[in-house]
Design a protein around this ligand. Structure first.
Ligand code: SAH
Length: 462
């Protein structure tokens, strides 16, 4: 059974005796001042930066004596002298004052938690004296999981609290409304820095709740990155945990799908060997239909949704129908494959620019701007280029690139199965046949490819 219980204390105006003025004491002083406390600091030496923390505090440049424990409400000791700590503890207990001896859970009637500030909301973490390092690690995770703008949401909700109380009489309805606010477009609008939109949406939801109509949902167009789930953004993960419906396709790995809500409805809209892909128009319509039913819809895209992802096409219809949506960038295949293959896409020695180009066109005989692609000092990245590779190689050589021009193919980049096949314009097609390279594969061309010899790190780990 735990022997501590968290509580929030109104510290403002209360005096806290702080014995000690070292680094640890300084951290405690900072936290206490932030909580509104007036400090009475006792230590033979007190550095100026502690003195600057608060104008209300008083300073006693001398060793601790029992007489210091008058007119204080709380006691904290952070000295490295165990005798002094023990004296402070005994004096406080004798006076029935709550006391905290830093790093001595056994000599403390309270502890100061690690605090995540989302003012007016506060989140406190304590390890029950087991390990402050552990509490800080947990705090780090919470910091990352709860957007910094959560406080803005708390502020908005408190501003509308009375209005909602007046308009919606049923407690259940009110609870449902607030739940939708926290999980839905209102919160998302706050987090993405659109307070006016948030306020308008909240007004609409209050109206809808009053008339018992269904409020419209929202669509999240999210880049899932190249495959390694660790490369998802914090925002992507948050929205993945939120969505009621997920529309996904081939480029999204199972490991990533596992991070969506377990009870979410999954709709496959990609290409499988036997089946054709769902036409784009139909996908857009599906997104709109689900959202209009009030669902939060996640459209997960491999890489970045706006880089060869048709993301723009999919949300056009939503924009026309005034359905709220958000776009979350992802790590595009070029960035992911470059990093995990040890091939920097630009380099001061040999590549001053990088160009992303679709190889799709090379397959159906359309022309690419070959003359531009053979210019020196650049890196060319072909997406969807594997099937058209022989054509690409041939045309680049016709336009003047030498047969020994470096080229790398990255298959299933960033995934544990990643393979990198390095060659030259002259050899790469034979390599592809020999090594049976399959998709998804990214093609990187240029002198930067040669840097891989020295910089590769990921294959080695596999
Ligand atoms: N929106 C995606 C690209 C979609 S086009 C993005 O930003 O990455 C599909 C092409 O992307 C594939 O044909 C392949 O060239 C490339 N690709 C996507 N994921 C890849 C991966 N993990 N490894 C190698 N290439 C990848």
């Amino acid at each position: 059974m735990a022997n501590m219980s968290p509580m929030f204390v109104r510290l403002s105006g209360q005096t806290v005796l702080l014995v000690g003025a070292g680094l640890v004491a300084r951290r405690k002083a900072q936290a206490l001042v932030r909580g509104g406390a007036i400090l009475k600091i006792v230590a033979p030496h007190i550095s100026e930066d502690i003195c600057e923390l608060s104008a209300d505090s008083s300073f006693h440049y001398e060793p601790y004596q029992t007489a210091h424990m008058t007119n204080v409400s709380w006691v904290v000791a952070a000295t490295d002298d165990q005798q002094v700590n023990m004296q402070v503890y005994q004096d406080a207990i004798a006076r029935n004052l709550p006391v905290n001896i830093v790093d001595r859970a056994d000599l403390s009637t309270f502890t100061l938690p690690s605090v995540i500030h989302r003012d007016p909301m506060l989140i406190a973490v304590g390890s029950g004296g087991a390990s402050p390092v552990l509490a800080r690690a947990v705090r780090g995770r919470i910091e990352a999981a709860i957007p910094a703008s959560f406080g803005d949401l708390a502020e908005l909700m408190s501003r509308f609290r009375q209005q909602v109380k007046n308009t919606i009489t049923s407690l259940d309805d009110r609870r449902r409304l607030w739940q939708n606010v926290v999980d839905g477009p209102v919160a998302e609008a706050v987090f993405s820095g659109n307070p006016q939109v948030a306020e308008r949406l909240l007004q609409e939801q209050i109206e809808a709740a009053k008339d018992q109509t269904t409020a419209v949902g929202e669509v999240f167009l999210v880049g899932a990155g190249p495959g390694d789930p660790d490369l998802l953004t914090i925002k992507a993960i948050r929205l993945m945990q939120l969505a009621d419906v997920v529309l996904y396709d081939n480029l999204v790995s199972d490991a990533i799908m596992d991070l969506t809500r377990a009870d979410a409805e999954r709709v496959y809209v990609g290409k499988r060997a036997s089946k054709h892909a769902m036409p784009q128009q139909q996908i857009s319509q599906l997104l709109a239909d689900y959202a209009q039913k009030g669902k939060r819809v996640l459209r997960l895209k491999g890489g970045d949704p706006f880089i060869f992802g048709r993301g723009g096409e999919e949300i056009e219809l939503l924009a026309e129908a005034k359905i709220p949506f958000q776009v979350v960038p992802g790590i595009t295949a070029a960035a992911g494959c470059g990093a995990y293959a040890g091939i920097p896409l630009t380099h001061r020695d040999c590549a001053h620019s990088v160009r992303f180009i679709t190889g799709h066109l090379a397959r159906d005989g359309s022309e690419l701007p070959w003359q531009e692609l053979v210019q020196p000092q650049q890196t060319i990245v072909f997406y969807m280029g594997l099937l058209g590779l022989s054509n690409i190689v041939e045309r680049l050589q016709q336009h003047g690139l030498p047969a020994d021009y470096p080229i790398a193919l990255v298959e299933k980049g960033t995934l544990p199965q990643q393979r990198v096949v390095v060659g030259t314009l002259g050899t790469i097609c034979d390599e592809v046949t020999l090594q049976q390279v399959r998709g998804p594969t990214l093609i990187i061309m240029g002198q930067v490819v040669t840097k891989r010899d020295k910089l590769k790190w990921f294959d080695a780990a596999n």
